[in-house]
Design a protein around this ligand. Structure first.
Ligand code: GLY
Ligand code: MN
Ligand code: MN
Length: 357
C-alpha cells in the first residue's frame, strides 16, 4: 500500500477532538512516509501532510518522502518551523502520540500554546495489519535469517564462546543483506539457557549441552524473529522431553491460531500443554507477539490480550520452558494470518537438531 493511502487511513481514524496530528514515533513516521532516518516528524492535517527534518536528511528525505509530503528542512529548530505551519493552517488542537517523550511534550506545550490531545495508538493500530509491501520485506528478513542460521550450523563447534557464535550469526545475516540485528542476539549455552533473554557471555559451548539461539534480521526496516534450541551432540532424555513438550505446545497453539480467536486463548492452548506436562511455572512469559517495523508490536499472544486474531496480523509463537540450573528450551516461529489459514514465514525446520561432533 502506498504511503498516501496509509495517511488517508490514518485520517479516517481522526476524532473530533483534534484538527491535525503530530507523528513523532520514528517507526510510525517510517510507516506513513517511508523515511528511515533519525530526524523526522510529520504534521498531518485533514488534507495536508508536512514532513520536518534537518540538514543531514535533506537529500534522503527528498527521495524517500518527496511524493508523500511537503518537506520542511528546519534551520532554527523543529518547534519553530512547526509553530509557523500550525499558524498557517490555523490549527488550535493537535493530536499527539503517547510515545512522545515528556521532554518534548513539555517543550511543545510551552512553545506551541495550543491544545495537545493524546491519541490512542492510531498508527500502531493500522500497523497491526500487514499489507502486501510489508509482507515482501518481512519475507525477505525471514529468508535472510533462515539462510544465516544454516550458515551458522556449518561453523558452530564446541569450544566457541557464546559471543563468537553471536558474532558469526550477525556477520552471516549482514552478508546476506540484513540492515542490522532485530535485537541483541541471544546465544545461551548449557545452564545459561534458563534465562529467557540471556546475553551472550564468554562461556565456551560444549558437547553434551543445549544452545538457545534467538535472533533476527532486518530488511526494509522489517524485523524477523526466530529461536532454535539445538543440542551439541546426542540429546539427553531430559532435553528431549522438555524439547518435545515445547514443540507440542507450539504445534497446538499454531493449530488454534485462526481468524476470530482471542489472543489470550491461543496463549492458553500452549500454556495448557506445558502445565499438563508439569512445567507450567517454568513458562513465565507470553506465547508471542506481533512484529513488523518493531520487533515487538501489538497485539500480543499473552494472558491479558483479548483482541481477536484477524487476517493480515503476523505473530511469533514462542513457548519456552526454563529450568534454573539446568537450562531451557524455546522454539519460535512466525506466522501471518490469512482469511483461510496461515502463512509460515520461518522456513528453518523446528524438529530437534542434534549436531554431530
Ligand atoms: N528475543 C525477542 C523475542 O523473541 O521476543
Ligand atoms: Mn519473539
Ligand atoms: Mn525471538
Amino acid at each position: 500500500m502506498n504511503h498516501i493511502e496509509r495517511i488517508k487511513r490514518l485520517r479516517g481514524s481522526f476524532t473530533e477532538d483534534f484538527e491535525a496530528m503530530l507523528i513523532t514515533n520514528p517507526r510510525n513516521v517510517r510507516y506513513l512516509c517511508g523515511f528511515s532516518g533519525s530526524s523526522g516528524t510529520m504534521l498531518i492535517t485533514r488534507d495536508r501532510a508536512v514532513f520536518f527534518t534537518d540538514f543531514r536528511y535533506q537529500e534522503q528525505s527528498a527521495i524517500q518522502v518527496g511524493k508523500t509530503a511537503r518537506i520542511v528542512v528546519f534551520k532554527k529548530s523543529l518547534v519553530d518551523s512547526l509553530r509557523k505551519e500550525i499558524k498557517k493552517f490555523k490549527i488550535t488542537s493537535l493530536g499527539i502520540e503517547k510515545s512522545m517523550s515528556l521532554n518534548l511534550f513539555l517543550s511543545y506545550a510551552e512553545e506551541l500554546k495550543i491544545d495537545l490531545i493524546p491519541t490512542q495508538s492510531l498508527v500502531e493500530g493500522l500497523r497491526e495489519y500487514k499489507d502486501v509491501d510489508e509482507l515482501v520485506c518481512l519475507k525477505k528478513a525471514f529468508a535472510i535469517a533462515d539462510a544465516a542460521f544454516a550458515d551458522l550450523m556449518k561453523v558452530i563447534k564446541p569450544g566457541m564462546r557464546e559471543t563468537e557464535v553471536a558474532a558469526h550469526l550477525e556477520f552471516f545475516m549482514k552478508m546476506r543483506g540484513s540492515e542490522m540485528p532485530s535485537f541483541d542476539t541471544i546465544i545461551a549455552s548449557g545452564p545459561n539457557a534458563s534465562k529467557p533473554h540471556a546475553q551472550p557471555s564468554s562461556r565456551k559451548i560444549k558437547v553434551g549441552e543445549m544452545v538457545k539461539i534467538d535472533f533476527g534480521a532486518v530488511y526494509g526496516g522489517y524485523h524477523s524473529d526466530m529461536t532454535r534450541t539445538i543440542f551439541m551432540g546426542k540429546a539427553t532424555a531430559k532435553f528431549k522431553k522438555v524439547y518435545n513438550t515445547v514443540l507440542e505446545a507450539q504445534t497446538a497453539a499454531v493449530k488454534a491460531l485462526k481468524v476470530g480467536i482471542a489472543c489470550n486463548r491461543v496463549d492458553a492452548v500452549a500454556r495448557k500443554v506445558i502445565t499438563d506436562a508439569g512445567y507450567g511455572e517454568y513458562f513465565g512469559h507470553g506465547l508471542g507477539h506481533s512484529l513488523g517495523l518493531d520487533v515487538h508490536e501489538a497485539p500480543a499472544l499473552n494472558k491479558k490480550c483479548k483482541d481477536k486474531v484477524e487476517p493480515g496480523m503476523a505473530f511469533t509463537v514462542e513457548p519456552g520452558i526454563y529450568l534454573p540450573g539446568w537450562g531451557g528450551v524455546r522454539i519460535e516461529d512466525v506466522y501471518v494470518v490469512k482469511p483461510d489459514g496461515l502463512l509460515r514465514l520461518t522456513a528453518t525446520p523446528n524438529k530437534l537438531l542434534e549436531l554431530d561432533f
